[in-house]
Ligand binder design. Sequence first.
Ligand SMILES: NC(=O)c1ccc[n+]([C@@H]2O[C@H](COP(=O)([O-])OP(=O)(O)OC[C@H]3O[C@@H](n4cnc5c(N)ncnc54)[C@H](O)[C@@H]3O)[C@@H](O)[C@H]2O)c1
Length: 436
Amino acid sequence: MKNLTRRNFLKTGALATAGLTVLSNQAIAMAQAVKTVRIAVVGNGNRGTGHVNNLLTIDGIEIVALCDLTESKAVNAANICEAAGRKRPAIYSKDKFAYKEMLDKEKLDAVIIATYWDSHTAIALHAMKNGIYPGIEVPAALTIDDTWQLVETSEKTGIPCMMLENWSFRQDNLAALNMKRLGLFGDIVHCHCAHSHDCIDHWFFDSKTGDQKWPAEYLLKYNRDQYPTHSVGPVISWMDINRGDVFTEIYSSASASKGINAYFKREFGENHPNANLKYRQGDIVTSLLKTKMGKTLVINYDLQLPRPYSNRWMLQGLKGVYDEEKSSIYLTGKSPQYHQWEPWKPYEEKYNHKWWQADLSSLSHGGTDVVMLGQFTDAVRAKGPTPIDVYDSAVMTAIVELSGISIEKNAPVPFPDFTKGKWQTNQPYFAMDKIL
Ligand SMILES: NC(=O)c1ccc[n+]([C@@H]2O[C@H](COP(=O)([O-])OP(=O)(O)OC[C@H]3O[C@@H](n4cnc5c(N)ncnc54)[C@H](O)[C@@H]3O)[C@@H](O)[C@H]2O)c1
């Protein structure tokens, strides 16, 4: 996994660019002075182990402790650390509250939380109360109450709280953000995004037996956008949400729930128990969000029908439009042919973000995860603000419960202002160090 180019990038690129983004000169000096970030990872399953592997490629990080309900998973992650020549992390796996002992006992700067959805908030709250930066896997919370608790605890303790929304750090999305900030699209009017990702056989249910995996219980209990953060992550910066604008309402609607039953009939036959079980979750959820400044956003949840992966990002302003699925762009007065698409790739290269200086394509999610973790750990090292703050984490997360309420009521519901009015004066912040 390791190569010189990437290591150099992570050593010099990530730290330097985080400094340019959000930190004062004094903070940069602090960042360079504090050598090692002491970190723990709770949840050492698929994603948590990926984070361990990625953290091992970043200089100036010590993985001090690991925690999982299943001891063998934590042991496996500890073995990975040892095989990479690092000190063996301490292991905590007594029960589902073992993370508390770990956060109380170990001297930690940060904790990565990659457990099941239902424990993210509790672990993050415990971390912040101990002065530890939480980096929370998606979604950060499942209810509006828990989302407010994250916001209020971060404000009270002064500890930044970041949801690890990796798609905000994608090379294409950051190039689009650079272009938006340079005014190439004009004022933004409308965006669209989706999480179109058939997760049935590798995430919700075991592909060999059809047995339920942990998230499938949510498909039985709820009808809502269960997983909005990957789609909406980059869009909130394109739309200046929490910084000049704010969501005011969400109106969600769900199609019938047919895809899960159809999958089981197709793969396991009519008599499989899940072939006729009543799932509440509709196959496609469409949410329409409005903003105070008159922008609109459409988000699609689409995780249980057979289809190739897509996020269908679209960004539309007074001067032009970017369409990710078409890999195309049109800018009035600039594109060579009137009302004809032109290819996106040359724009992505021209407006490439500084966080993407090296070819990271061989890494997980095309390098996006390591860019994100590099920026998160640089912020921890500097004891400065994280690239995604608690308010942006809250907005992405709140869509889960709000969409469910809206579907149930068949009516729009108000969207909370987690900044309590500060959106009016907050300046654009995420990934502010530019291209050139
Ligand atoms: N950002 C991304 O691209 C991405 C990709 C996949 C998963 N995820 C997110 O990562 C998280 C984990 O997903 P996964 O696929 O790794 O699931 P997983 O089931 O493979 O791993 C979760 C692990 O958490 C452990 N765990 C659960 N509760 C715990 C507790 N209280 N204390 C200690 N350990 C506990 C489980 O034993 C399990 O090993 C989820 O929130 C998921 O949404 C994000």
